[in-house]
Design a binder for this molecule. Structure first.
Ligand SMILES: [Zn+2]
Ligand SMILES: [Zn+2]
Length: 116
């Protein structure tokens, strides 16, 4: 005998949602093209989001260069990307050659995604 268990901690939504295939938890609206990504896990969001942001490599680079934070190379080489888009060639670190796209895309997703 299995008794269906109710989630009492998230009951403010009155209409019952089906389990599993519709249980979206992570929600990301792409700021570059308005596409909406929805996944059930944070890893799934990172996978799909990073793949999606490949389409926006240049836009993402510009937003990081113009952003409020310093963009250090993900490795410990100590390189800090300049805050001038004309001085930045891409996500590859000129010091050690590491491609920082993956880590910066994840950081972008981290800040922009919503838990629903
Ligand atoms: Zn997009
Ligand atoms: Zn580096």
């Amino acid at each position: 005998m299995t008794v269906p268990t109710r989630r009492s901690d998230s009951d403010q939504n009155s209409d019952e949602k089906e389990h599993d295939d519709t249980s979206v938890t992570y929600h990301f609206v792409c700021g570059f093209c308005d596409e909406v990504l929805e996944t059930e896990s944070i890893d799934g969001m990172y996978d799909r989001g990073t793949a999606h942001l490949e389409d926006h490599r240049n836009d993402l680079l510009v937003s990081f260069v113009n952003g409020p934070r310093q963009n250090r190379c993900e490795t410990d080489c100590g390189y800090v990307f300049p805050i001038d888009i004309d001085s930045v060639d891409g996500f590859e670190c000129p010091e050690c050659g590491h491609d920082n796209f993956g880590s910066l895309a994840r950081r972008h997703l981290y800040w922009e995604m919503e838990l629903v």
